[in-house]
Design a protein around this ligand. Structure first.
Ligand code: FE
Length: 180
């Protein structure tokens, strides 16, 4: 019996190591910010979303506009240049349009020229979750609200200093709370 337990434990360990390796394969490289890098690793190792604000599709449809639902729940993308926060320059905090969770500070927003609001860093280590995304024939890293799992956009490695990251988000997935 003891021998069986040892063998089972060994298989479980191997499986966990291989599962983590697969999850890490599609992520963006860490670029020196150890806190965010650690946050990324933690997020990738989660099996459920942060505080797990879970609603049914019907419940989300009651709360969100059809465009918000398309982006946040169906992982859609708004047309470039169409969003209200693309060229928005006020000082404050961008929050999740679905659940209100604080996501990005205006202090890390920059003009990427892409037509989508872009940031070089999330607000903190419990703002977003990042997961590999191989849809549309590309390997990208998807950015989700860590609280409700709503799709926000993607993160790329071609951003400005100090992180070198570009969080490319949909305006429709965001709300804005102005600094007092
Ligand atoms: Fe959210």
């Amino acid at each position: 019996m003891k021998k069986i337990n040892v063998v089972a434990g060994l298989f479980l360990s191997l499986w966990l190591v291989s599962a983590c390796a697969q999850k890490d394969a599609g992520t963006t490289a860490a670029t020196g910010d150890s806190a965010l890098s650690a946050a990324r690793t933690r997020a990738l190792n989660r099996t459920t979303f942060g505080d797990t604000l879970v609603k049914t599709d019907a419940e989300w449809k009651k709360i969100l506009t059809s465009e918000q639902y398309y982006v946040l729940r169906e992982k859609g993308t708004e047309r470039a240049g169409s969003g209200q926060y693309n060229k928005h320059k006020e000082k404050g905090t961008y929050t999740c349009a679905a659940c209100g969770h604080p996501l990005f500070s205006s202090q890390t927003k920059f003009e990427s020229g892409t037509g989508w609001p872009s940031f070089w860093q999330p607000l903190n280590s419990t703002a977003v979750q990042e997961v590999p995304d191989d849809s549309d024939g590309m390997l990208r890293t998807e950015v989700l609200c860590i609280k409700c799992g709503g799709h926000l956009g993607h993160v790329f490695d071609d951003g400005p200093k100090p992180t070198g990251l570009r969080y490319c988000l949909n305006s429709v997935a965001l709300n804005f709370v102005k600094n007092q």
